[in-house]
Design a protein around this ligand. Structure first.
Ligand code: TYM
Length: 354
């Protein structure tokens, strides 16, 4: 029995401003995972067409996500930062995965149901096939670990299902090549070409909630800007949004159990913990018994300390885009070379002639 080489992969869509949920649920984890791992971080511009076909300024949207990666501390020399469309192998593998995945699996995707809304007949085929492209993004590098927020969990389960079905459907073909390896899935031995991806979701803020309603996810599409902290917000905006954040009249509890049934308090404590690299229990040990009038200013200070260097570095990088463009071009070339190794083998396994 052997194991796939560990490869970390994740992606962020260039749609609108990044917010604290994207930062804590994803980008901060990308940064932490760099040490000792082979990481590939992608701006998923092809996915962005599923949200909105025509973008006002797609090139700068792409650049600003790459700038956020770099400003947060991702090293584009040791790791790979690129935009998805620069590597056509993603779309090529996604087509094969469209043929592997079943319509019944796609019909269960809650994000499709949410985004398509009531008039599902009018949703694009791209939105429907979105999770299949996402599986291809990861598996074209035979990615094993995927840091994401909690909202992507179902998509990653689907990526595992696609990988498993490909491995089983093409088992004979994979055996005839020397591309596969023997792994165990559950207790079953499988001769696999694609690994079973592992989501990395844990942490104190896997799902950052709206500052206006602790039962709703913080999201780019919320009409109220007060509901989220944007990565480009200045000190004044951050302070105003946290001061106005919805809370309940109680003070903070000393134990995690005391956050049950208090979604807004739970959210603010989770945000504090994630920004401070501490656990929620540690934060409550410090602030238990205090009122929000004490906790909120502490949270403002922390958020400003963590975010303002990132914001100013993003602004600097965006003021002359040649540096970001060079990073993306170089990352695209390196990603393409790696994706092509996989696709040569996949074409061989499937039986395509070229
Ligand atoms: P996207 O662009 O919507 O979001 C980027 C990342 O931010 C996380 N996130 C959150 N985390 C915590 N709380 C929130 N309120 C919150 N909102 C967003 C998301 O979970 C995500 O990790 N489908 C992906 C992009 C993608 C991808 C991939 C990810 C395409 N291919 C392959 C991983 C691997 C998406 O729409 O993310």
């Amino acid at each position: 029995m052997s194991e796939f080489k560990k490869v970390v992969f994740s992606g962020v869509q260039p749609t609108g401003n990044l917010h604290l949920g994207n930062y804590l649920g994803a980008i901060r984890k990308f940064v932490a995972l760099q040490e000792g791992n082979d990481c590939i971080y992608c701006v998923v511009d092809m996915h962005a067409l599923t949200a909105q076909l025509v973008h006002e300024d797609m090139p700068n949207q792409i650049r600003s996500i790459a700038a956020a990666f770099i400003a947060s501390g991702i090293d584009p020399e040791k790791h790979i930062v690129f935009n998805q469309s620069a590597v056509p192998q993603h779309a090529e593998l996604a087509w094969i995965f469209n043929c592997v995945a079943r319509i019944g699996w796609m019909n269960r995707m809650t994000q499709f149901k949410d985004k398509a809304g009531k008039d599902r007949e009018q949703a694009s085929l791209g939105l429907y096939a979105y999770p299949s492209l996402m599986a291809a993004d990861i598996l074209v590098y035979r990615g094993t670990h995927v840091p994401v927020g909690d909202d992507q969990k179902q998509h990653l389960e689907l990526a595992r299902d696609i990988a498993m079905k490909f491995n089983l459907d093409y088992a004979e073909h994979i055996r005839k090549t020397d591309y596969g390896i023997d792994i165990t899935v559950g207790n079953e031995p499988v001769h696999a070409y694609f690994p079973m991806v592992e989501p990395l979701i844990d942490g104190p803020a896997p799902r950052v909630m709206s500052l206006r309603d602790g039962t709703k996810k913080m999201s780019k599409s919320d009409p109220s800007d007060l509901s989220r902290i944007n990565l480009m917000d200045d000190e004044e905006a951050i302070s105003k949004k946290i001061r106005k954040a919805k809370t309940d009249p109680e003070g903070l509890p000393s134990e995690i159990d005391g956050l049950k049934g208090r979604p807004e308090a739970d959210n603010l404590v989770g945000i504090y913990a994630a920004l401070a690299d501490r656990s929620k229990a540690e934060v409550l040990a410090e602030f238990g018994g205090q009122q929000f009038s004490v906790f909120k200013p502490a949270l403002v200070d922390l958020a400003v300390n963590v975010l303002s260097p990132i914001t100013s570095e993003m602004r600097r990088l965006m003021s002359d885009t040649s540096h970001i463009d060079a990073i993306l071009r170089n990352g695209g070339e390196r990603a393409r070379a790696r994706a092509e190794v996989t696709m040569k083998e996949v074409r061989d396994i499937v039986g395509f002639l070229y």
